[in-house]
Design a protein around this ligand. Structure first.
Ligand SMILES: [Fe+2]
Ligand SMILES: [Fe+2]
Length: 193
């Protein structure tokens, strides 16, 4: 029985042209019915993980800086987003590990991977600036998640589900930052409508 299963699991799926589609050992959660390219996916998921860790850092920084500023509740909003970005990084890390990869953990590499996806930590001099750079970051992540979700399509339903769950929260964050920006801008620039 065990021999039969092992033999079956060692068979590598191929494309119509006979090219191997799977270069990572099919063990654990990865079976012969898996249709994704784990190596390529691990790379993309690690880039996204980089953007999430940068997002966590940025929101944490903004929460420290927001202490002395007006706008009650904004600091709590930054804190809440930071915790959710950390959770997104965890979700990606767990999936990378399931696919046989190593979740990125070197700070320099994290920054490099995020920058590759056009996400870099931004400070923001005023409350309005902070919210504006947070909104821009969320919008960039929305583009990244939507793109990868479409690429993954039906090849790897679990990864797609994880990406979709993160996208839902990312769009929620973007909406909240937009609402905050709409409220903050007139306060910082009373003449502006
Ligand atoms: Fe996130
Ligand atoms: Fe977010």
């Amino acid at each position: 029985m065990a021999d039969h299963v092992d033999k079956k699991n060692s068979a590598k799926p191929t494309t119509a042209a006979g090219k191997p589609t799977l270069r990572v050992a099919m063990t654990g959660a990865i079976t012969e019915t898996y249709q994704g390219d784990p190596e390529q996916l691990i790379k993309r998921l690690n880039e996204l993980r980089g953007t999430e860790i940068v997002a966590w850092l940025q929101y944490k920084h903004h929460s420290y800086m927001a202490v002395s500023m007006a706008m009650p509740g904004v600091r709590a909003e930054f804190e809440e987003h930071a915790a959710q970005e950390e959770h997104h990084a965890d979700m990606l890390g767990e999936r990378i590990s399931q696919l046989g990869g190593i979740p990125v953990f070197e700070p320099f590499e994290i920054g490099q991977l995020a920058a590759k996806d056009n996400v870099t930590a931004k400070e923001g001099a005023t409350m309005e600036d902070m919210v504006r750079v947070d909104l821009a970051m969320e919008r960039q992540q929305i583009r990244l998640y939507q793109t990868l979700i479409r690429e993954v399509a039906f090849q790897d339903p679990t990864t797609r589900r994880i990406l979709e769950d993160i996208l839902i929260e990312t769009e929620h964050h973007a909406t909240e930052m937009q609402n905050l920006l709409d409220r903050t801008a007139p306060l910082e620039h009373p003449g502006k409508t």
